[in-house]
Design a protein around this ligand. Structure first.
Ligand code: DHB
Ligand code: MG
Length: 225
């Protein structure tokens, strides 16, 4: 009986394929000792397609790591598009810049170093973002969701990574701060009138997790307006 890993290999091989630039990015992350917590290839391509489906030209990413998902977003926004990506660790940001340069997308990506809570307010004077991907410290999910709504506009797509965490999100009594962050993020998406949201469980090479997808709605007019 095939396992979910076999399915991940089949789907990745058939639908995502091989890309020497992305392979080099993952090798560089691995060689630098970064944890292998970047989005799985099938998930990265989902984000890439979602960006194109939404026609997003301005993407905000919170949590760059080594820039793997950033490259997928940069390719999705195309020439003249813009990606702002926020990374708390300077060494990760340096690695991401080198990976982005190898991918030939440095001109459309700005890597901002700092904690999300410090960097996000500095983006308030910019044009609204069309898509926001939140994939940083899970404890700050609600802060990031709040900024995603503020820095977006009605119609902005918001994606929140790691909302299932091996099923632990369903444990209301959990003491794990990352799981609590995931749980609070989902609860905020359900309760905050600025969002209309759902979430999908995923099973890929990183195991059992999930992704929440939301749209920013006009909080006065309400969902579906
Ligand atoms: C962790 C963070 C991630 O963004 C992820 O996709 C998987 C795991 C973590 O910090 O444990
Ligand atoms: Mg993640």
């Amino acid at each position: 009986m095939p396992t979910h890993d076999d399915v991940d290999v089949f789907l990745t091989t058939t639908l995502v394929g091989d890309d020497p630039i992305l392979d080099a990015t993952l090798r560089a992350q691995h060689d630098a000792g970064l944890p292998a917590i970047e989005v799985a290839p099938v998930n990265a391509k989902f984000l890439h397609l979602l960006t194109r489906i939404a026609g997003a030209r301005r993407v905000l990413e919170i949590g760059t790591l080594g820039g793997y998902s950033t490259i997928w977003f940069a390719r999705a926004v195309g020439d003249g598009g813009r990606v702002v990506t926020i990374e708390a660790e300077a060494v990760n940001a340096d690695l991401a810049r080198s990976n982005l340069a190898r991918a030939g997308v440095s001109d459309r990506v700005e890597v901002r170093v700092g904690r999300g809570a410090d960097v996000l307010p500095t983006l308030a004077s910019e044009e609204p973002f069309d898509l926001v991907f939140i994939d940083a410290d899970k404890e700050s999910n609600t802060i990031y969701l709040d900024w995603a709504a503020r820095l977006g506009r009605p119609g902005t797509v918001v994606v929140l990574d790691n909302v299932v965490r091996g099923g632990e999100v369903a444990d209301a009594a959990t003491a794990d701060t990352k799981v609590r962050g995931a749980r609070r993020g989902v609860e905020m998406l359900g309760a905050d009138p600025r969002f209309d949201a759902t979430a999908l469980q995923t099973l890929d090479r990183k195991g059992w997790d999930g992704v929440a997808v939301a749209i920013v709605v006009d909080a006065v007019a309400g969902p579906g307006a």
